[in-house]
Design a protein around this ligand. Structure first.
Ligand SMILES: Cc1cc2nc3c(=O)[nH]c(=O)nc-3n(C[C@H](O)[C@H](O)[C@H](O)COP(=O)(O)O)c2cc1C
Length: 303
């Protein structure tokens, strides 16, 4: 598994652990001790997964994750024995809460679950942070790892990643800072299918979990002649940020070809004063290849 994807996965799972912990607390306040015990266990489980993701380890079995974690992280002394006990306790208590007949988790047990989850998260955090920092330092810039992704896994792209990508898009330079862009974002399979027919080369839009169509306004432009240049830079920012996040994307050319532009404008029902620039499917890459080295000294003319 690509190192950037491991990093993204580890961070994603850590955030999920925090989310489960917050939910466990909220649910306990409402008095549902069984569900609180379950959510607290999931906080522990995801904290473990955030660590094991760094090795590229994947297992759908909880017991598999626990034994991998114990073997590689407790027996080796990376984490103390105490974390292993907390993991075992939360797992046993979660099993009782979920499966034991005529049983309701006592309030103090639910609180203990949450306390254990907080501790597990507290213990793994410094390890995660230093691992993340080390990976980030060792990663080459996204400029040198990005390749076009045309096939995606069915996994959804979380909206917070889309927001990060759009933030990067809007960080682009533009002529006289005219910022001509607005973005149409679709996770609607039917719309994406129609977008994939915008040109003979647009098929990657078909099975992408999300498609961004950067568009530009045609009015109130300080330098209308430069608008396509602005949009191209903005599109590249989208691809680079997707790469940074461990996602994949590809540019599907639309502008300046009138027939493609009219087709996409119709599919998206764009307002009169907007034109589509490009179609950019985004998702988790089904496969990843290394970037080819295109550096050619012969193309440089030194004066
Ligand atoms: C303006 C532009 C239009 C493109 N249009 C398409 C397209 O319609 N379909 C497609 O599959 N790829 C499209 N691409 C992606 C290129 O094929 C790809 O960038 C190129 O082959 C280099 O590969 P790489 O992106 O993996 O480095 C386009 C790229 C650019 C910059």
């Amino acid at each position: 598994m690509d190192e950037r994807i491991r990093l993204a996965l580890s961070q994603y799972r850590y955030e999920k652990a925090l989310k489960f912990l917050a939910t466990a607390n909220e649910i306990l306040e409402k008095g549902d001790t069984d569900t609180a015990a379950n959510r607290a266990y999931y906080a522990v489980f995801y904290a473990m997964l955030s660590v094991t993701a760094l090795d590229g380890f994947e297992s759908s079995k909880h017991s598999g994750v626990i034994s991998y974690f114990n073997h590689h992280y407790v027996k080796t002394g990376i984490f103390s024995r105490e974390i292993s006990d907390m993991i075992t306790d939360t797992s046993i208590q979660r099993d009782r809460a979920d499966y034991k007949n005529f049983y309701t988790t006592p309030n103090d047990k639910a609180q203990e679950q949450i306390h254990n989850a907080e501790n597990v998260i507290r213990i793994v955090r410094p390890y995660l942070e230093s691992s993340w920092a080390r990976i980030k330092q060792s990663l080459p810039s996204a400029i040198f790892t990005r390749t076009s992704t045309r096939q995606f896994t069915p996994e959804k792209v979380e909206s917070k990643y889309i927001i990060k990508i759009l933030r990067a898009a809007m960080a682009a330079p533009s002529a006289k800072n005219q910022q001509p862009w607005e973005f149409w974002v679709s996770d609607d399979h039917e719309i994406n299918e129609r977008l994939s027919q915008a040109s003979p080369y647009a098929t990657p839009a078909k099975n992408a979990p999300v498609v961004i169509v950067p568009c530009y306004r045609t009015n109130e432009l300080a330098v209308p002649e430069m608008v396509h240049i602005d949009m191209a830079i903005c599109a590249e920012n989208i691809l680079l940020e997707a790469e940074e996040l461990g996602l994949g994307a590809v540019m599907l050319g639309i502008a300046p070809l009138e027939d493609r532009m009219n087709y996409v404008a119709e599919v998206l029902k764009l307002p009169e004063n907007f034109k589509p620039f490009m179609i950019i499917p985004i998702g988790h890459p089904a496969n990843k290849r290394p970037q080819e080295d295109r550096y050619e000294p012969a193309k440089i003319h030194t004066l």
